[in-house]
Write a protein that binds this ligand. Structure first.
Ligand SMILES: [Zn+2]
Length: 202
């Protein structure tokens, strides 16, 4: 339990805290700063590289009530995303929702205006696990996305995606995080809790 609390607490809350993905952070911040965010993103990379964390940060940033190149973290919208209660930010894992009805239902609801913020965000994790029919339904919406919708797709296995889906998205490849960086991050977290972590333990 204590570990879980610590994990939550140090789960990256700002772009700067996402370890080892400087290129992705820089690109997203530039897009946010110039107001040129897209309607479909594809985050590719191995497990544990921060794809979902980055997706939530992007969701926060585009809906933040104090728009800037990064989410403020304390407005109503930012807090709702952090707590997982934002009505316009929907997160699903395609591994559990492979049925075409689920995706159709989600897409039908995407047509409706957002309830509390500017954008409706759909974060679809492990998107390569969607069935063919579900992927085709998703593709149709990606071809003509409603102006208020942003899809953030994440996958560990982009080769399994329809090339037509990939071509509709702004693709970002997440780099495998070097052990040295993870170690430094853990030690920083430990220091903030008032104890030191030997290199070996980290
Ligand atoms: Zn905010």
């Amino acid at each position: 339990m204590a570990n879980e609390a610590l994990y939550q607490k140090y789960r990256s809350m700002t772009f700067e805290e996402v370890v080892g993905q400087e290129y992705v952070v820089r690109s997203l911040k530039n897009a946010l700063k110039s107001g040129k965010t897209g309607h479909a993103y594809l985050f590719c990379g191995p497990r544990g590289t921060g794809k979902t964390t980055m997706a939530r940060l992007l969701a926060k940033a585009v809906n933040c009530e104090n728009p800037a190149e990064a989410p403020c973290g304390h407005c109503e919208s930012c807090r709702a995303v952090a707590e997982g209660t934002h009505q316009d930010v929907v997160e699903i894992n395609a591994a559990n929702e492979t049925h075409v009805e689920n995706i159709r239902d989600l897409i039908d609801r995407a047509q409706l205006a957002p309830m509390m913020s500017r954008y409706k965000i759909y974060i679809i994790d492990e998107v390569h696990q969607l069935s063919n029919a579900a992927a085709s339904a998703l593709l149709k919406t990606l071809e003509e996305p409603p102006a208020h919708v942003i899809f953030i797709l994440a996958t560990t296995d982009p080769q399994k995606l329809l090339p037509t889906i990939i071509s509709r998205c702004q693709r970002f490849d997440f780099a495998k995080v070097p052990e040295q960086l993870i170690m430094a991050h853990l030690q920083k977290s430990a220091a903030a809790e008032g104890f030191t972590l030997e290199d070996k333990a980290a």
